[in-house]
Design a protein around this ligand. Sequence first.
Ligand code: CTP
Length: 420
Amino acid sequence: MTEPAVQAPSWRIVVGVTGGIAAYKAVSVIRSLVLLGHHVDVIATESALRFVGAPTLEAISRNPIRTDLYENVDTVQHVSIGQSADVIAVVPATANTIAKLAAGMADDLLTNSILASRSPVVVAPAMHTEMWQHPATQANASRLDERGVTLVGPDSGRLTGNDEGPGRLAETDEIVNAILAAARRGVRERQDAERARDLVGQDILVTAGGTREPIDPVRFLGNRSSGRQGVAVAARAAERGAEVTLVAANIEVQPPENVNVIRVSSAQQMANACAELAPRHSMIVMAAAVADFRPEHEQAGKIKKESTGDDLTLTFVKNPDILRSLVEVRSQDQLIVGFAAETEEDEAARLDLARAKIARKGCDYLVLNRVGWNHGFGREETEIQILNLAGEVVSEAVGDKLSVADVILDLANLDVANRD
Ligand code: CTP
């Protein structure tokens, strides 16, 4: 099995540690997050430091810990730490901290940071059963839940003394998973907000689907492209404010409603449509799988096997290379993205093919994805790498076709913005 080409993202995570006996367990949560490659800033309350030492938290988080609201005042850290975080977790959260968060109080660095931040918050309560079950704590926890805070645990089990019941800090893995899920959600929400209408003013031409090259009135030479990726690019581009024209060749999915759809079938029809439309567009994304060859002659009537004997020979002629033709006649400020669907299993060899292809085509970027019977075509999840004309991998993505579409559009939009 080959390693996935795309690394998991690394996030900025703030872990708040408050003063309970379970504070020592925060160490293993922090350690797991750091080992997964995330940047962890620890904010410990004064009372947390009575349970676990600052050197331990610093060594494990690999960062200086912060406690004092009045330290580094020049950097306005009570605002900046929380604002730059992808997620803030409180592990463990005492009844007192939960009450302060529910009331919106800010009397130390941790509660200030949470109040000043719009990042997702994860709270892992730990306390004695009576405190957890107290109506005040239950009401406070419900308020946090209603506000979208993720509560993890508490578990039921052995507590500090000989008592047992709900109040035990949730298991490390459960807390870590909740933190990562919240970070993922927060990052997606932030990106969605940033992307909201960032393509207003762009006219984008997208091709999608697979061409069919007629053999006779009932047969064609085709390919397995479903058109989903191109349609996803068109859909996201339109949602982000672009005027979109979709040249659709035999797509298996509904085109988005807010785009102008031009239906074609063969490569020649697609070539004609693109040649006419391209000059009016600031970006072109060529996601269609275009047949390189077509039968030299389309038979007027259905080919009958009585007339062919045991063998049938068809002669194919080359189709125009639409992408290359568009690159040849483009204006300087037009950005063109090509696609390469390759079946080569070895990643380095696949990248070499892609480098040769972008050099041949001359487009600005080439989106490379691996296809085969179990990869790419028609599947919801997809994995891509984007190369620039110099052959460097400048972006990568793994996910559903809409999120991959966003990554392609982000790069194209950034490039266009840098040209201005
Ligand atoms: N393309 C095109 N016209 C063609 C063939 C391909 O515009 N006749 C475009 C596709 O839409 C895609 C890119 O070129 O954006 C690469 O397509 P691909 O089929 O991978 O490239 P080919 O040049 O056909 O190379 P190969 O020999 O690997 O098929």
